[in-house]
Ligand binder design. Structure first.
Ligand code: PEP
Length: 249
């Protein structure tokens, strides 16, 4: 059994003053693990205000466990401040900060060594999809991480499939498109470790809303969602959490 996971990525949005009212309106579900990713600056405030059952994390993490790396935040520091999750390889960082597959793999590995649970984001651009290279791109991005991560820690990763063309555009992948890629990712995991492949959660991200969440989450290989824009509104995000079906296999 894989328990669904629904995560809120606030990106460089959300303010300190928003945290308490957000927590007061948030509705969790025992059908899903729910994680909030505020800015790293707001992590501790979110941890302190979080209702029972809500976990918090950071949207990126450093590769090193400490040292002379100005501006970086180590996974150990995140754990020290009460965080338990991180995102690595979000397409906005791959594009804006030029993060490579290799760097993303190093971050995932550093996170796991410190006890942080990483959501590893993969996803093709529109140009890659139109050129018929969507699976090649996703396979390459994921392989970089799978090759680096210690086999005993493999089942602790979550894969976030986030087609770049669907992020923040209001144009979600269809449930069929998303399931097709999630099935492909599951088969890649299965080729490496069949036991871990059944345990690893693959969540979908890209314009998830209360209107499309139920259909997406009902797919066999979609184990929840990573939600950007709609997660800034506690009621909308709660409705997305509530869209997780009963008894996901
Ligand atoms: C994201 O940033 O991870 C994301 C999926 O954003 P949105 O839901 O706004 O498309």
């Amino acid at each position: 059994m894989r328990k669904s996971l629904v995560a809120a990525n606030w990106k460089m949005l959300g303010r300190f003053a928003d945290i308490a009212p957000y927590m007061a309106q948030l509705r969790l579900s025992d059908r899903a693990d729910v994680v909030l990713f505020p800015s790293a600056l707001h992590l501790q405030a979110a941890v302190l205000a979080a209702p029972d059952g809500l976990k918090c994390g950071v949207q990126d993490v450093g590769t090193s466990h400490g040292g002379a790396h100005t501006g970086e935040i180590s996974a150990d520091m995140v754990v020290e401040m009460g965080g338990s999750w991180c995102i690595v390889g979000h397409s906005e960082r791959r594009i804006d900060q030029g993060e490579t597959d290799d760097l993303v793999a190093t971050k995932a590995s550093a996170a796991l060594k410190s006890g942080l649970l990483p959501i590893v984001c993969v996803g093709e651009t529109l140009a890659e999809r139109e050129a018929g290279h969507a699976e090649t791109t996703v396979h390459r991005q994921l392989a970089a991480v799978l090759d680096r991560v210690d086999r005993s820690a493999l089942s602790r990763i979550v894969v976030g499939y986030e087609p770049v063309w669907a992020i923040g555009t209001g144009e979600s992948a269809s449930a069929d498109q998303a399931q097709e890629m999630h099935g492909f990712i599951r088969s890649q995991l299965d080729a490496m470790d069949p036991v871990a492949a059944r345990l690893i959660r693959i969540v979908y991200g890209g314009s998830v809303t209360p209107d499309n969440a139920s259909e997406l989450f009902a797919q066999d290989d979609i184990d929840g969602g990573l939600v950007g824009g709609a997660s800034l509104d506690a009621r909308a995000f709660s409705a997305i959490v509530d869209a997780v079906p009963v008894g996901v296999a």
